[in-house]
Design a binder for this molecule. Structure first.
Ligand code: SF4
Length: 128
């Protein structure tokens, strides 16, 4: 089996541990340099099935502002990001919007929701 060593920076928390990952035949055999077990899981995910949290905005009809910031409720596979962004771009929501409100269910068929990152009152309520 071919042995390979990769270096990664863990992006799970702001500490940013430098990870040294050994692979054999494309499979992760060891992870070093992580200060907690979330780092080992990150290395496994990143090398076998990378995922990312997606952030964007959605148009709001009748909102105090025309756009509301949104994000995925958890990371989605990297190869689904463009499809998710297209779906988000074509989505419209009516004000008022509550923080953490589900805007799109199972974006790009991932089973992960797009949720509002902040609330957005109606235009009249926001101006009073
Ligand atoms: S390994 Fe743990 S402590 Fe280090 S960056 Fe990742 S999550 Fe943070």
């Amino acid at each position: 089996m071919i042995e390979e060593e990769r270096e990664l920076t863990c992006i799970v928390c702001p500490v940013g541990c430098r990870l040294r990952v050994k692979l054999e035949g494309g499979q992760v055999t060891s992870v070093e340099g992580n200060s907690c077990k979330r780092g080992a899981q990150y290395a496994l995910d990143e090398l076998c099935a990378p995922k990312r949290t997606v952030t964007s905005t959605v148009r709001v009809r009748g909102g105090f502002l025309p756009l509301v910031p949104v994000r995925t409720s958890s990371p989605i596979p990297k190869e689904k990001i463009m499809e998710a962004l297209r779906q988000i771009a074509s989505t419209r929501v009516d004000a008022p919007v509550a923080i953490h409100q589900v805007i799109v269910e199972s974006v790009a068929g991932t089973g992960v929701s797009i949720i509002a990152s902040r609330s957005m009152p109606r235009a009249e309520a926001g101006q009073s």
